[in-house]
Design a protein around this ligand. Structure first.
Ligand code: SF4
Ligand code: SF4
Length: 153
């Protein structure tokens, strides 16, 4: 069809209107974030998290330092101490520098504890904060993460 005829018959306008009409009856694809969260794919690599034994809440990390050693950017620092009567070391600190993490997953991959992996790439994707200091995640926030702020109008 010639350009002039297309213009005269308003073909492009009608095409645009047709697209609008086609999608209007469909429900809106909107999530009321943060109340509603979109499910992530099973292999999603979110923020690193430490895990406890689900039944007892006991520490699963054995303070082996493998995650810190394998990290290509040296973003994990951890330490612990021995206590009489305990088989594993008690985790004293676990500092993770989220700001430079490339989410390569190597640290979670090498974590040797079974059946519960002490260190996992979680489904959490709330990474933003207002200062560099808060990008260093300390041990108390490594389990559940920082609380999510819910803004109101
Ligand atoms: S995901 Fe990769 S870059 Fe991030 S802390 Fe683990 S090993 Fe380091
Ligand atoms: S690799 Fe796993 S068990 Fe070892 S120190 Fe890191 S988190 Fe703990």
């Amino acid at each position: 069809m010639g350009r002039w005829l297309r213009k005269w018959l308003l073909v492009d306008l009608l095409k645009g209107l047709w697209v609008t009409l086609k999608y209007t009856p469909q429900p809106a694809f909107t999530f009321q974030y943060p109340q509603e969260r979109r499910a992530v794919s099973p292999r999603f690599r979110g923020v690193l998290r430490l895990q406890v034994e689900p039944a007892t809440g006991a520490q699963t990390c054995i303070v082996c330092d493998q995650c810190a050693k394998v990290c290509p950017d040296d973003l994990i620092a951890l330490g612990g101490h021995r206590e009489a009567g305990l088989k594993i070391k008690v985790l004293d600190y676990f500092d993770f520098n989220l700001s430079r993490c490339s989410f390569c997953g190597l640290c979670a991959e090498v974590c040797p504890t079974r059946p519960i992996k002490a260190l996992i790439m979680s489904e959490d994707y709330e990474l933003g904060s207002y200062s560099r200091e808060t990008q260093i995640i300390r041990v108390d926030q490594m389990y559940d993460g920082p609380p999510i702020e819910v803004y109101t109008r």
